[in-house]
Design a protein around this ligand. Sequence first.
Ligand code: FAD
Length: 383
Amino acid sequence: MAEKGAEKKKKRVVVVGGGIAGSLLCKTLHKHRHFDFTLIDSKEYLEITWAKLRSMVEPSFAKRSVINHHEYLPGASIITSDAIGIDEEGQVSTTEGRQISFDYLVIATGHMGNCCETKSERLRQFEADYEKIKSSDSILIVGGGPTGVELAGEIVVDFPAKKVKLVHRGSRLLEFIGETAGKKALDWLTARKVEVVLGQSVDFDSSSDGAYLTSNGETITADCHFKCTSEPIGSSWLKETTLNDSLDDSGRLMVDANLRVKGFDNIFAIGDVTDVPELKQGYLAHRHALVVANNLKLLIEGGNESKMVKYTPASPMAIVSLGRRDALAHIRCVTMIGRIPGMLKSKDLFVGKTRKQLGLQGNPKHLNSFPCKTDSISRFNGI
Ligand SMILES: Cc1cc2nc3c(=O)[nH]c(=O)nc-3n(C[C@H](O)[C@H](O)[C@H](O)COP(=O)(O)OP(=O)(O)OC[C@H]3O[C@@H](n4cnc5c(N)ncnc54)[C@H](O)[C@@H]3O)c2cc1C
């Protein structure tokens, strides 16, 4: 029977992964009277991933998009460490040797993070990327997905004199969305003198600084390079745990419609680590977080499991920024490029909106890199 009112013992919720999904989930659970939650994250901060490429050409932009977990979760229990195990007694173990018990566990380990554990290291890394771009005449970008295309867009807009080459192993850019999107992005980049090489990869083992060997034996010369290929899914640590059998062949956690890991009543998964059949996107990771927050509240308050919220996979929608003013939007089957989609994303990259969702000021004066009005952007429902 459900425990009542003030007598109710707080339930221990452990959230592993403080990225886009985990951070919003924790914010939603923070200070809720029925939860006692702990966040375990490899790093001490949340990084708003879609601001990363702007921060490489304008490092001060990262002061708003790299946010220490304690800023939006004051007083919360936060452990900066890798989770390495889950045992059958309901405990998560970490690299620093801690065992944290849970009544409910949420896995939100999307992708393996970058190497920086602290916010100050991450800000320094953006400074170093900026110096690298500034001091190079020619730049090689490897990967023609959204990250590579957005980085090329940022560089050609802020540094139009640089020679930018983009090498992509696929037959077209932006393969995660429709063909027209790839064609429009290619036209936009080539109109700004980006040299795009399709159907080839770069063999880094046989390359040296300045000379890069491609899969068909050509050598590309460039002063520096940036690798923009996809990061591994953050689920390898689960292979040695009770959740191993819940991983599909591509290493994603299989979840049911309530976002519970298949076969477990008290373990949920959210964000990119799940096998939900939809594009892996931050705004969808946010939706997962809100569904699971609701379901946890219902379970903890003794509600009927049949009343849990079900998640419906979303139709494809993506906005790829192209520098500070333009963008490419792909919404269902419609593709648009230029200033209009750019007005939705490219100025502030939804940083103000994301900060507000975490209860922070969108554009605090002391962190201002440029004055920006975010209210009109925040009405848009995507990221
Ligand atoms: C450059 C770039 C641009 C993007 N642009 C957009 C965009 O414009 N719009 C959009 O909707 N989406 C965008 N995305 C996609 C979006 O960032 C992801 O869908 C989103 O980050 C997924 O959130 P997540 O919480 O599942 O995973 P992540 O944000 O990857 O967070 C995972 C967290 O788990 C931590 N972690 C991993 N393993 C462990 C472990 N063993 N123990 C403890 N912690 C661990 C990591 O450090 C990290 O903090 C972009 C992604 C990138 C890389």
